[in-house]
Design a protein around this ligand. Structure first.
Ligand code: SF4
Length: 444
């Protein structure tokens, strides 16, 4: 065991075994720094440790054997062991050799290691950090919260500069995301809004490695994450879901009530050539077919999307095809924008920019078609019973609420007259009327 000073305060104590090359040693230093910054103590023996971290090496066979031996020793001497480092890439091998290991994380997975430590051994009370509530500081009302599952994006859509600003996709470890979600639910949040730049790509950068939550191993992918979020017993709404084929696997989770019957799926266009020029993810997937299949399984699935009209080179025929796509897709809610050049975006260099007046005319035509579709879809809901979540009330005392088909801020609302309820209450209502954007209901 490396030699670190024992601290005299009654802090949670961590033992640390550091193996391998100087890079691994630097990783160990990073982890130890984070542990110390959060107030954990570091001890030089197994006996005094509440938990032992083993930073492994997996370079050559003898290093692997040494790492497995070190893990075995820590399990035998202490019993509560978290493994990290290069050998962590082969979690299955470690768990086969030492099933008692609490968590396995890979090289440089500092956030994962900290999440595993937090799960086993909550950080000590810090009078400064403790001024912040466990669910963190939020800017949303207390009954709903945004849950960011990743940062950055692996795509390079030609109109977008987000990847150059935020970098490639970095998914948060499962344990971190689920821990935050659990704290939010415990703090009274009734609805989680899952966000990222590309929600269905969650875990790609982690190579879907095994993550841990409450001791449970889970594959780091959107299906497992969504399933685990769905077990919290609150509303879970997914935003920015691109229609990759594996999104089909989320539909059973929606059908069985784990997730709200709602997908926010930014499509941006309906014509294959324009989508290709936009370099959109999932541009070649059969979106209409996929939507049809989803709706067969979940008839009340609400779909929201956004589109760009007047993309450089968009011909009249391609724009007409976009309108036809809208008619076929029958999306519930749609936002649309005219194309505008962003400094640094590749699309700026494309030929045949559309004149401003033409872009505006196309936007108007687009909105007219979609307004009719959205209004008709709202009309179809008259007479149905829905569960709504109360967001507040207007000056006349009418409750302002949302059903599973409406996300806060971006969609319409359900007005419930003649009822009283508190912010964050669920109500059963019957829809009695609809306007172009909103619904009107009474308590059922
Ligand atoms: S628009 Fe494209 S590049 Fe930009 S964040 Fe979304 S998927 Fe990524």
């Amino acid at each position: 065991m490396n030699k670190f000073d024992r601290l005299s305060t009654p802090q949670p104590q961590i033992g640390f075994v550091s193996l391998g090359c100087p890079k691994a040693l630097v990783d160990s230093e990073q982890i130890l720094s984070r542990l110390r910054a959060e107030g954990y103590g570091i001890v030089p023996d197994y006996d005094g440790a509440d938990l032992v971290i083993v930073n492994t090496c997996g370079f050559i066979d003898s290093a692997i054997a040494e790492s497995l031996d070190a893990i075995g020793e820590a399990v035998a001497e202490n019993g509560r062991v978290v493994v990290t480092g290069c050998l962590g890439k082969d979690a299955e091998r470690i768990q086969q050799a030492h099933p008692g290991v609490l968590a396995v994380t890979g090289p440089r997975a500092f956030a994962d290691v900290m999440a595993a430590v937090h799960e086993q051994l909550p950080p000590p009370h810090d009078p400064f950090a403790s001024l912040v509530p466990p669910q963190g500081i939020r800017l949303t009302p207390r009954h709903y919260a945004y849950l960011k599952i990743s940062e950055g994006c692996n795509h390079r859509c030609s109109f977008c500069i987000i990847p150059s600003l935020r970098g490639d996709l970095v998914s948060r470890p499962m344990g971190d995301v689920l821990g935050e979600a659990e704290r939010l639910a415990a703090a009274g949040v009734r609805e989680l809004l899952v966000i990222s730049q590309d929600t269905s790509a969650y875990g790609v950068d982690l190579r879907y490695r095994t993550g841990f939550f409450n001791g449970r191993p889970m594959r780091s992918d959107i299906e497992q994450l969504a399933a685990a979020l769905g077990e919290l017993g609150i509303w879970v709404r997914l935003h920015y879901v691109y229609p990759y084929p594996h999104v089909d696997r989320l539909i059973p989770l929606i059908a069985d009530g784990h997730l709200l019957p709602y997908l926010d799926m930014p499509l941006q266009h309906g014509h294959p050539r324009v989508l290709k020029a936009m370099r959109r993810p999932a541009a070649t997937e059969r979106v209409l077919e996929r939507i049809r299949g989803w709706r067969e399984r979940v008839p009340d699935l609400a779909l929201r999307s956004t589109f760009i009209v007047g993309f450089p080179g968009e011909t009249d025929a391609e724009f007409e095809a976009l309108l036809e796509f809208l008619e076929d897709a029958q999306l519930d809610r749609v936002g649309a924008f005219t194309y505008s050049a962003v400094d640094g975006a590749a699309a700026n260099a494309l030929a045949a920019p559309i004149p401003e007046a033409e872009k505006e005319a196309r936007l108007e035509a687009f909105m007219q078609v979609q307004a009719g579709i959205s209004a008709a879809r709202l009309q179809r809901r008259i007479g149905t019973r829905q569960t709504v979540l109360v967001d507040g009330s207007d000056e006349d005392g009418t409750l302002i609420a949302r059903s599973p088909a409406e996300a806060p801020e971006i969609d319409g609302v359900v007005y419930v007259e003649g009822a009283s309820a508190a912010l964050g209450d669920f109500l059963e209502v019957e829809i009695v009327d609809a306007s172009e954007h909103d619904l009107f209901a009474r308590v059922a």
